[in-house]
Write a protein that binds this ligand. Structure first.
Ligand SMILES: NC(=O)C1=CN([C@@H]2O[C@H](COP(=O)(O)OP(=O)(O)OC[C@H]3O[C@@H](n4cnc5c(N)ncnc54)[C@H](O)[C@@H]3O)[C@@H](O)[C@H]2O)C=CC1
Ligand SMILES: O=C(O)[C@@H]1CCC=N1
Length: 284
């Protein structure tokens, strides 16, 4: 893992084509448009393509209106981001292979799909970078892991790093670690929202009004994370400060331990890793 070296250095982003502007591609588009970068977007159907104009100032080209939309968006783009589901990556890479500008960088956000599988479908020597962002990128608070393929120069990796720094923080990891990273930060926002849902439901079960349950729960998560961010002690110490000896929190934590919450996190991330490997194996 390496920290960002582009902090504070001006880097001009090239035209960015996001092929597949759904949850993740759209979150990146929002962040990039807030930073003033030039964007092109595509989607499968026209149902949401005009909506993007109101959100990021660019109308997405829809394949249902123009079967060449992906190729058109790729022509002349410096970064071509593949934002479709893992199962669609192979076909999309083959579709745009003949439309890439010399030196264009292809970035895939697909879970599990290797840079090698994408490289095989593109002209020899094409720079391919795997990225594993997360949806808080939409508000500039994403966390993105990056891994370079076999033909990526330091300058090209820096450019992709700079792109994702527009939408949050970036770590670069060897490709052997990016599926593991995906189980933590790629999926992680869903785990957090799930915990919020559970605590809200528990609040209602304890007799609190649903609106109060939502305010208490969300305020508690936001406050606890802000406290952690501003503290110089680990979360275990902040937890200890809440947990009065023989008090109420101690009882609650004992139940989480008895019911196996640590084991559940271990098993859940192992299951997510196995699924990433299955998704990757679908595309040889
Ligand atoms: N949702 C998330 O939090 C994260 C998702 N990812 C990855 O992002 C990718 C997309 O996932 P989501 O955004 O969740 O899915 P999604 O279903 O919301 O978005 C996919 C988009 O691709 C479009 N699309 C499908 N086929 C297309 C084609 N041939 N050409 C152009 N557009 C096409 C669809 O219209 C849709 O807008 C996946 O590979 C996933 O592994 C990675 C990190 C986090
Ligand atoms: O659930 C998924 O497969 C994608 C990858 C990480 C987050 N969402």
């Amino acid at each position: 893992m390496s920290a960002s070296p582009t902090d504070g250095r001006p880097v001009d982003l090239p035209v960015i084509a996001i092929l597949g502007a759904g949850s993740m591609g759209g979150a990146i588009a929002r962040g990039v448009s807030a930073g003033g970068g030039e964007l092109r977007l595509t989607t499968r159907s026209s149902a949401r393509s005009a909506e993007w104009h109101g959100i990021v100032g660019v109308t997405a080209l829809a394949l249902t209106d123009d079967p060449d939309a992906n190729r058109t968006a790729a022509v002349g783009a410096g970064i071509v981001l593949l934002g479709v589901k893992p199962v669609g990556i192979g076909e999309l890479a083959e579709e745009i292979a003949g439309s890439l500008a010399p030196g264009a960088i292809v970035v895939s956000v697909a879970a599990g799909v290797s840079t090698a599988a994408i490289e095989r479908r593109l002209p020899a020597g094409t720079a391919v970078v795997r990225a594993m962002p997360n949806t808080p990128a939409a508000i500039g608070l994403g966390v993105t892991g990056l891994s370079a393929g076999s033909s990526v120069s330091d300058e090209q990796l820096d450019l992709v790093r700079h792109l994702f720094e527009q939408v949050g923080t970036v770590v670069v990891v060897p490709e052997s670690q990016i599926d593991a990273l995906s189980t933590i930060s790629g999926s992680g926002p869903a785990y957090v929202f799930y915990l919020v849902e559970q605590l809200e439901a528990a609040a209602v079960a304890r007799g609190l009004d649903p609106a109060d349950a939502a305010a208490l729960t969300r305020g508690t998560f936001a406050g606890a994370m802000a406290l952690l961010a501003q503290s110089d002690v680990p979360p275990s110490e902040l937890r200890r400060r809440v947990t009065s000896p023989n008090g109420t929190t101690e009882r609650a934590i004992a139940v989480f331990d008895e019911r196996g919450l640590p084991d559940a996190f271990d098993a859940a991330t192992a299951a997510a890793l196995a699924r990433a490997q299955e998704l990757g194996a679908q595309l040889s």
